[in-house]
Design a protein around this ligand. Structure first.
Ligand code: PEP
Ligand code: MN
Length: 340
């Protein structure tokens, strides 16, 4: 339920409404808009009629149900777009954010070389997997804590923020110790134990869409994280599995405006996994800007042919720099800016 307060409601009236929401077994989520406060009452409380009765309370303008199954992350509850702060960086604001780096952290040299190059080209966040969810158990599984330490060194050296994947609930705390943003991979989008744990991680989460997941399922996974205490969620479209085989996945661009309609959370696009082909990253990135994405996450490797994972979709540093230079004009057309 949404409890819309009157524009002149007092702080005491707001506090009283929150208190009674708790009393009915729901959790209040306060959203302070420019004109008025809106309170979302979510959870499995004992009686919706109790919430309806709040309509006659002092300071309350209206009580309306949230129709979507996801509540906290829905546009119904919060009309204004959310801006996720990562230190001095804002994701979902006027700056278009680019996260770039290797699929996997391989060696110190590989990571530092990539970090310097993507920083130089204008990226704000360094990506790189230290824990890798691989289809085959015989493929490289990641450097784990050693990789996290290298990422932290790259951050000290370049000032870039770090996004890296957490593959299991037990690793959440150690990854959160080193990373600025915790990535949930496509294969883990419905790992509910992990999503619940991320609710208490104290770090923003980049939630990737599962390769066979609907938009509704993606939003319900975001709701898991938010309802467990962390509403700092960034959604990521990374392509879905269809009958098409030419591309690694089918890049579902329409998901971006759909997510923007249904949710207030920022939306980032991953053209690397979305297409699986180096030659398609440039057009797919431009399309992502034009269709309303808040940022991109792109794989870059100094020597893609030597990459331990995802070489075929990784850009070289010069290719990445070229795309960044071109994107600047596209971003301007969307009334955004790219910090290069
Ligand atoms: C990755 O970012 O390298 C990755 C494994 O992505 P996804 O989970 O989208 O496949
Ligand atoms: Mn990858």
């Amino acid at each position: 339920m949404i409890i819309a307060m009157k524009s002149d409601a007092t702080e005491q009236e707001i506090a009283d409404v929150c208190e009674s929401i708790r009393g009915y077994g729901y959790t209040p989520h306060l959203i302070r808009g420019e004109e008025r406060v809106v309170i979302g009452a979510v959870g499995r409380g004992d009686n919706k009629d109790h919430l309806q009765s709040l309509r006659s309370w002092p300071g309350v303008a209206d009580v309306v149900p949230i129709l979507q199954p996801y509540k906290i992350v829905s546009r119904e509850l919060k009309q204004q777009k959310s801006v996720i702060r990562v230190g001095d960086l804002e994701i979902g604001g006027s700056e278009f954010i680019v996260m770039a780096g290797p699929c996997s952290v391989e060696t110190r040299e590989q990571l530092m070389e990539t970090a310097e190059a993507v920083k130089q080209a204008g990226a704000q966040v360094l990506r790189g997997g230290a824990y890798k969810p691989r289809t085959s158990p015989y493929d490289f599984q990641g450097l784990e804590v050693e990789g996290l330490k290298l990422l932290a060194d790259a951050r000290s050296r370049t000032g870039l923020k770090i996004v890296t994947e957490v593959v299991s609930a037990e690793d959440t705390e150690v990854v959160a110790e080193y990373a600025d943003i915790l990535q949930v991979g496509a294969r883990n989008m419905q790992n509910f134990a992990l999503l619940k744990r991320l609710g208490g991680a104290g770090r923003p989460v980049l939630l990737k869409r599962g390769m066979s997941s609907t938009i509704k399922e993606l939003l319900l996974s975001a709701e898991y994280i938010a309802s467990h205490g962390n509403n700092q969620v960034i959604l990521c479209e990374r392509g879905i599995r269809t009958f098409e085989t030419y591309t690694r996945n089918t890049f579902d661009l329409a998901a971006v405006p759909v997510l923007n309609e249904l949710s207030h959370l920022p939306v980032v696009v991953d053209p690397s996994h979305g297409t699986g082909r180096r030659s398609l990253i440039r057009p797919a990135s431009k399309a992502a800007v034009a269709i309303g994405a808040d940022g991109l996450i792109i794989e870059v490797h100094p020597r893609p042919h030597e990459a331990w994972s995802d070489g075929a979709q990784s850009l070289t540093p010069p290719e990445f720099a070229q795309i960044m230079a071109e994107l600047r004009n596209y971003v301007k057309l969307e009334s955004r800016h790219l910090n290069i």
